[in-house]
Design a protein. Structure first.
Ligand code: BGC
Length: 392
């Protein structure tokens, strides 16, 4: 086991190092392996915050941090071979520390909303922290609560082709029952597939719904709005929502509505159609709203399936999302309004990014007809999503 060396504030990884643990993985990977390196990026609670870079032989790079398990950037070639960043986010750790908008972290313990920030398990009512809904954001819970998993420092270590992050969310944290041991593995292979594998165990029954909250813009370095991207979602239904974006409990057919993405179409195509569900998406486009809904995959069976594709015709970049999850939240960046500055101090303009979050359905803990999100002691929560990049 070798230690890291600090040179001019940069942390150079010498050998199988980690955030807080060490293992024997050599970062000087063999030719078939993705290279993994790390720099010291900041400091939280007197602990080092690292930015890891995963680089494959094709030159694709993914940068991730042990702060909030953020994915900071994905650099990938366009059809002319130009490598650019396809994630909306920031440059410095300080900006991630202050991030308002879930710009690339793992969200949980429960991704998306829980009505009334409350649920019942075996006759016991649990009140989790409120951070969403109404003018004071004090009605529901969104993305696991105020600090969730995204404002925490995770343990980290380099593994083959990537990084493993772990976090112990203690019993009662954000109001949730049970000590939840979470592991997230980020790996990049030679086929430009960035895989996110989640695992968790608990000592009390608790809901778990982890997802990655990255905002994509395949134009590269945010050159254009995402309205010019073509999106396909293999889903015949959505879970329609009320005014606070809580599922009503029904399933709604997408056929003949703006929500039909079963055939790839431009995000812009139906985003300004008058539709009561679209209006719930809110945001800057006050007349029409936007997409902020959960699509239910038609052929879900728990295996890893190619369910979503996003394509930018100008750059030729194609992203396919393979997932074991039953659904995906598609949020079209409705609230982005230029008031927040992102990478290279460029204001993040309306619809400069879109989030695609493979997940279980929002508010599942209160909707028994939805697939269960309860994890019991002795069981292991395990799920994977793969982000596959190519050009066409
Ligand atoms: C939610 C949106 C929210 C966004 C950023 C999405 O997952 O569905 O309603 O505005 O995250 O917080």
């Amino acid at each position: 086991m070798k230690k890291f060396i600090k040179i001019l504030g940069l942390l150079v990884v010498v050998h199988g190092m980690s955030g807080c643990e060490n293992d024997a993985t050599d970062v000087h990977a063999s030719a078939a392996e993705t290279k993994v390196s790390a720099v010291l990026w900041g400091e939280a609670n007197n602990q080092p915050v690292y930015l890891y870079t995963l680089t494959n032989n094709a030159g694709m790079q993914v940068k991730v941090s042990n702060w909030g398990a953020y994915v900071q950037s994905i650099l990938v070639a366009d059809k002319l071979g130009k490598i650019e960043d396809v994630l909306v986010g920031y440059n410095s750790w300080q900006e991630y520390y202050n991030d308002c908008c879930y710009s690339g972290p793992v969200v949980g313990r429960f991704g998306n909303r829980i009505a009334g920030a409350q649920f019942e398990i075996d006759g016991q009512v649990y009140q989790v922290t409120k951070n969403d809904g109404g003018p004071n954001k004090d009605i529901n819970q969104l993305h696991g609560g105020k600090l969730g998993l995204h404002k925490r420092l995770w343990q980290s270590k380099i593994i083959s082709n990537g990084v493993e992050l772990s976090y112990l969310s203690v019993d009662g944290e954000e109001g949730y029952p049970g000590n939840l041991n979470i592991k997230v593995r980020y790996t990049l292979n030679q086929q430009n597939e960035f895989a996110v594998a989640y695992a968790a165990t608990t000592d009390k029954t608790t809901p778990v719904n982890l997802t990655l909250h990255t905002y994509f813009n395949l134009s590269g370095d945010r050159k254009r709005s995402i309205e010019g991207h073509e999106l396909m979602i293999a889903a015949n239904k959505i879970t329609p929502v009320d005014d606070l974006l809580i599922p009503t409990g029904a399933l709604q057919d997408v056929a003949n509505t703006p929500f039909d993405f079963t055939q790839a179409k431009l995000v812009a195509k139906d985003i300004r159609v008058s539709d009561p569900q679209l209006l719930k998406g809110g945001g800057m486009d006050t007349e029409f709203g936007g997409f902020d809904h959960n699509w239910v995959f038609s052929d879900y069976d728990g295996s890893l399936k190619n369910q979503v594709s996003l394509y930018d015709p100008q750059s030729g970049r194609l992203l396919e999302i393979l997932t074991q999850e039953p659904a995906i939240q598609f949020y079209s960046g409705n609230f982005m309004d230029g008031s927040v500055s992102g990478k290279n101090a460029k204001p993040i303009l309306h619809r400069e990014g879109l989030a695609l979050e493979p997940q279980h359905f929002p508010d599942s803990p209160n909707q028994p007809q939805f697939p269960s999100t309860l994890l019991k002691p002795g069981d292991t929560y395990q799920t994977q999503s793969v982000y596959r990049f190519s050009v066409k």
